[in-house]
Design a binder for this molecule. Structure first.
Ligand code: ADP
Ligand code: MG
Length: 701
């Protein structure tokens, strides 16, 4: 077969004119033969089994039903005629409907003969109706039963309205296999195929589209899923290897005065075992010759900040500057103050740079950064600006990484001639295996232990109708000297509405908590940073007892005296967000509470989310549930990892295959790092082709 055969534009395929080609492109991203070949069926219809009419459900899926037409009638409508056939089996009756082609259908359909109909059944009142079904007499159907399993391809409304039905796609696929003679280049080495007993690529492709039987279909699916995951892993792992080999890092060999003095005299508590382990991992990494690119995962409150500080002191011991970036101004402020307090009287020059830093101070910061007299810079995105130049940036810490993209990471890389070490901290735990596949190019450290003495937060779910009781509880807690958060959802599509919800809520809270007795802070996205900080500061200092806010407080805010978190319309939040919010309390010595307020109308998913929150405080546990509910698509970082574009594998359901794929990718690169061996040439070829198309590669060069 000609090597470029699969790059042929789809319009060249017999039966696909320019019109269909356009539709295929806009609806399914199919532009070439290869794209069509990689349009994998969503599922398979067992052509030997039929739905009973009384089993039909409004799921929108295509179904196959065996029955008879009892009579046909024409129904007059305002918008024209439709032809309706009553179709029965032994369990009930349904309707078949046509909006065009009436004459032909009337003349050809046979009454009281067994038919197999195929299509999408929708319920109208108590009756199911199937528009424009594909129909075959049972006798024909049995004759045509060459394959027992009919692939059902992804479809859209526009496709079917333009006549590109499942049957038409099946025909196109047949044509493609005819022209190619079903012969496709192999892309996995014999060694791997033998070890895993994989069927060949051609066999897999044929059986994914025209399965001969269940067993071959399963083999085809396994082979193609493995291959897809294998190449993603190969990319991630080789990228990591190249980084480690080629990108020289700054070796931080010395553990010096700054680190030791802090450890001996300033550290306010004993580090947890997990913190110690993680610091060691980072120290080893930064002490080697390679540039560090490490993800630090740890639940809210697990104490990531002090780990970051100690790493920055290590940089300082080796004569380098560091920076710590946070996604919001509030958080940057809090980090700045927190670090200053931890450092106490130590001779470390630290500064804060955000969007609202005054120009005069900014100028001083720029100068000190360039001369090297400024040791640690804390800030927001402002740190990334080109004007901000360091004398020798050695370590960049990024807090709450999901707010930062790849582009920003790469900007940091270029802040120094030799790229600085990078430590990304995140409080959104993701299951470990998944983390490895999403961030296969990063090293991962995990703080899996909370500092001692924390009382687990008590979480309850209450309905809006119990609001008064909740208010009474809040008042009791405030009497004991505690502070309370009340959080409202913020969903960007309806910002105005969210704002109104918040303001209505604020007013009602103000009524129940009158200013004669209570002080209330309010923080939301529409406020100027200065006002936000002012309100926040009042709450931090304990001048206000209540903080009414949108999710701007989600990230990182630390007020140990706040012990109650009320989440309004909790059903509208995702699990990880709920968990993040809850993490704002439980930071002091007192028992903390989280109350999830909802209406009575709850979806099944919402119920699961609420139950999970009530059941557990463990972020990794919550992450597993979240992953199952939402799938990997919505998880942080997946957009950047290429795993979203998987055509056949599913990183959650196919996690076992993923592990196998990862293992084999690692073995391959161990034995043949540059893919030079003869036996691996086909892998190299496929890999090179992929790299040309992939953007993952970009940010490492
Ligand atoms: P996060 O991981 O959410 O960023 P922080 O670094 O803000 O957590 O730490 C949460 C709180 O726990 C802070 O008040 C911090 O001082 C405290 N803390 C951190 N480590 C310890 C420890 N080993 N023992 C006691 N308290 C600790
Ligand atoms: Mg933090």
């Amino acid at each position: 077969m000609n090597a470029n055969f699969l790059q042929t534009p789809i319009s060249y395929l017999k039966g696909v004119g320019p019109n269909r080609a356009d539709t295929l492109g806009s609806e399914l991203n199919i532009y070439t033969y290869l794209d069509l070949l990689h349009l994998f069926p969503n599922r398979y219809l067992d052509k030997t089994s039929y739905y009973k009419i009384n089993q039909l459900q409004s799921s929108g899926a295509d179904v196959q039903v065996l029955g008879k037409i009892t009579h046909i009638k024409t129904v007059e409508q305002k918008r024209g005629k439709r032809l309706v056939a009553t179709f029965i089996d032994e369990t009930g009756q349904m309707e078949l409907v046509w909006f065009r082609g009436h004459k032909w259908i009337r003349e050809n359909l046979k009454i009281n003969e067994p038919y197999v109909v195929f299509g999408r059944a929708t319920r109208y009142g108590s009756v199911f109706s199937m528009p424009h079904p594909e129909m075959e007499l049972l006798s024909e159907h049995e004759k045509n039963l060459k394959i027992a399993m009919q692939p059902i391809y992804p479809s859209t409304e526009k496709l079917s309205s333009k006549g590109v039905t499942n049957r038409v796609i099946g025909k196109m696929m047949q044509q493609l296999f005819l022209e190619s003679k079903g012969n496709f280049p192999e892309s996995l080495s014999k060694k791997i195929r033998d070890e895993l007993k994989l069927i060949s690529k051609s066999e897999a492709l044929i059986n994914i589209h025209f399965p001969k039987n269940q067993e071959l279909l399963a083999k085809a699916q396994f082979r193609l899923k493995f291959e897809e995951l294998f190449y993603v892993q190969l990319q991630l792992i080789s990228k990591k290897l190249i980084r480690k080999q080629k990108i020289k890092g700054l070796p931080f060999e010395t553990v010096g005065n700054y680190f030791n003095t802090f450890f001996a005299e300033h550290i306010p508590f004993e580090l947890t075992k997990a913190q110690k382990r993680v610091i060691k991992e980072i120290r080893n990494d930064m002490g080697s010759n390679a540039q560090m690119n490490r993800l630090l995962q740890g639940d809210v409150g697990s104490g990531k900040t002090i780990v970051a500080l100690m790493c920055m002191l290590l940089a300082l011991d080796n004569g380098f500057q560091s920076c710590l970036m946070a996604p919001t101004e509030i958080l940057a402020n809090q980090h700045f103050n927190g670090l200053k307090e931890l450092l106490g009287t130590m001779d470390v020059n630290i500064a804060l740079l955000t969007g609202s830093t005054k120009k005069s101070i900014r100028t001083i910061i720029h100068e000190q950064l360039e001369s090297g007299t400024l040791h640690i810079l804390v800030g927001t995105h402002a740190v990334l600006e080109d004007k901000v130049q360091f004398k020798n940036l050695g370590l960049a810490v990024i807090d709450e990484q999901h707010r930062f993209g790849v582009a920003q990471r790469s900007k940091l890389w270029h802040k120094n001639k030799i790229p600085p070490h990078i430590l990304v901290m995140t409080a959104t735990p993701i299951p470990r295996t998944l983390a490895m596949s999403l961030y296969g190019d990063l090293d991962i450290s995990i703080i899996d232990e909370l500092p001692p003495g924390r009382k687990p937060i008590k979480t309850v779910h209450r309905f809006d109708s119990n609001r008064l009781k909740v208010f009474r509880f809040m008042k009791d807690e405030i009497k004991k000297g505690r502070q309370v958060y009340i959080v409202y959802p913020l969903i960007q599509e309806s910002e105005a509405l969210d704002y109104k919800d918040l303001m209505d809520g604020y007013e009602s809270i103000s009524r129940d908590f009158p200013p004669t007795e209570y002080q209330i802070s309010i923080v939301h996205g529409k406020m100027k940073p200065k006002d936000k900080d002012y309100e926040m500061a009042r709450f931090v200092k304990g001048e206000t007892q209540l903080m009414v806010a949108t999710t701007v407080i989600e990230v990182g805010v630390n007020v140990p005296n706040a012990s109650v978190m009320i989440i309004e319309s909790a059903e509208r939040f995702g699990l990880s967000q709920l968990h993040q919010l809850r993490g704002r309390v439980g930071r002091g010595a007192e028992q903390s509470f989280c109350i999830l307020l909802t209406s009575h109308k709850l979806s099944e998913d919402a119920k699961t989310r609420l139950q999970t929150m009530v059941r557990t405080n463990d972020g990794f546990d919550i992450a597993e549930v979240d992953l199952k509910l939402r799938g990997p698509g919505d998880l942080m970082g997946t957009q950047q990892s290429g795993l979203l574009n998987l055509k056949i594998a599913d990183i959650v359901k196919d996690n076992q295959i993923l592990k196998t794929a990862r293992y084999h990718a690692i073995q391959l690169l161990k034995n043949d790092p540059n893919l030079k061996k003869e036996e691996n040439q086909m892998i190299l070829r496929a890999y090179t082709k992929m790299m040309k198309q992939s953007s993952i590669w970009n940010y490492i060069s």
